[in-house]
Ligand binder design. Structure first.
Ligand code: PLP
Length: 418
């Protein structure tokens, strides 16, 4: 159930009034529910409980330190895609031995950092990457545990920008070539080739394609074992979708995990998953304030203080986010909700039925806990919003709003280097 509900005609996060948060923290501001995040993580833990497993939260969905700390304290592992994300996980007290490192473009420095901290394993995506990782591990006198990311050529049936498991995508190694790569990897001196992994995409509402991919990977595990590989882990990535739109069905974590467990039963594998969106998306909203109303010749506009630099998903993925008035009232207008950024692509929503809004009124952009603040930028020299975490009946600012000084940190008007 969503933590955001109306109480006495006002939108709340649990027992905390969003109006109070806006008054304290200003707008735009991201608001996350700690209990909602934990509930979703624990749903994964419960679903895999009596089998060997590792749930690695995908940091890129929402890397706020307080969010990571919450999950680290609950025992989560982490899926990282950069050295910066490892830095965050360590700062938040995450256990490096539960960290998997994914991504197509790891640098030698990032590999060395991860090896020095003793991460769980690397999901490798090409032969040159495997060769470099072996070199880096050798130079540190260590060995790297690796899984090879397979591209199973399965259609995740999601938005093209977040579909990753088809042959034409840059991710993973083609299922038809991957056995050869395993054999080459085995000859590299500082690698322990122990896993098989994939991640076919994100915002997947029908989990059949992930189950298809799992079946393909399990066949591969059998073949590899027959050839003497000691494969002990199967990582199926993340990808479970969430309902962004009223009426969309949420895939159930328990049903999804149950299907994976049935497929892999008896295989003696540690099952790994890397959920991001399905843990944090529904736990967050972006609170924004109405600046102006404007009636164009063809359209009604509500201009708010949050723009595409704060939330780029509508512009980037044609994403739909429900817009909720903080003060509950019957719909009276049909309007586009747009931000202050100088781009026609700067909109939060098109053609929505909303109450008769006035300057100063508050709106909540729903389902904004994932890939939202994480993709915020300073475009138009706009300081990034604050972030607030609601715990029980109180809230705290877990990232202060940026200042103008933050905008120019690291910049100078220039001095000669030589
Ligand atoms: C983005 C990503 C995830 C998380 O995906 P969600 O759809 O947010 O669950 C997991 N694994 C890898 C390798 C990713 O790139």
């Amino acid at each position: 159930m969503s933590p955001f509900t109306y109480r006495g005609g006002e939108l709340h996060c649990g027992p905390v009034s969003l109006r109070d948060i806006a008054a304290e923290a200003g707008t735009p501001v991201y608001v996350y529910s700690a209990s909602a995040i934990l509930e979703r993580f624990l749903a994964y833990e419960r679903a895999f409980a009596d089998a060997p497993h590792l749930v690695c939260y995908a940091v890129k969905a929402n890397g706020n330190l307080a969010v990571l700390k919450l999950l680290a304290d609950a025992g989560a592992g982490f899926d990282i895609v950069s050295g910066g994300e490892l830095f965050r996980v360590l700062k938040a007290g995450g256990d490096p031995s539960k960290v998997v490192f994914s991504g197509v473009g790891k640098t030698a420095d990032e590999m060395a950092l991860a090896l020095r901290h003793g991460i769980h394993s690397f999901n490798c995506e090409s032969l040159p990457e495997l060769e470099l990782l072996s070199q880096v591990a050798s130079s540190l006198g260590s060995r790297a545990r690796v899984a090879i990311r397979v591209n199973p050529d399965v259609d995740a049936a999601t938005h093209p920008y977040i579909s990753t498991g088809l042959r034409q995508h840059k991710f993973g190694i083609d299922i038809d070539q991957v056995e050869r790569t395993y054999h080459k990897a085995r000859l590299l001196p500082a690698l322990l080739v122990e896993g098989v992994s994939c991640h076919i995409g994100s915002q997947i509402l029908d989990t059949t394609p992930i189950e298809e991919a799992a079946a393909i990977l399990l066949t591969l595990v059998e073949k590899l074992r027959a050839q003497g590989f000691a494969i002990n882990a199967l990582d199926l990535g993340g990808g479970l979708g969430v309902p962004y739109q009223a009426g969309q069905q949420r895939p159930e974590i328990s049903a999804f995990a149950g299907a994976l467990r049935r497929l892999a039963s008896g295989a003696g594998l540690t099952l790994m998953v890397e959920p991001g969106r399905s843990i944090v998306a529904e736990a967050g909203v972006l609170l924004t304030r109405v600046l102006y109303r404007k009636s164009g010749a063809a359209k009604e506009f509500v201009i708010v203080d949050a723009g595409m630099n704060d939330l780029i998903r509508p512009a980037l993925y044609q994403a739909h986010h429900e817009i909720l008035p903080v003060a509950e009232a019957p719909a009276a207008i049909l309007a586009d909700i747009v931000g202050p950024v100088c781009e026609t692509g700067d909109f939060l929503a098109h053609a929505r039925s909303l109450p008769d809004l006035h300057p100063g009124d508050l709106l909540a952009v729903a389902t904004a806990g994932a890939y939202a603040f994480a993709q915020a930028s300073n475009y138009n020299s706009r300081p990034r919003p604050a972030e607030v975490l609601v715990e029980e009946n109180s809230f705290r600012i877990v990232r202060r709003r940026e200042t103008y000084d933050d905008l120019i940190r690291g910049e100078t008007v220039g001095c000669a280097v030589r």
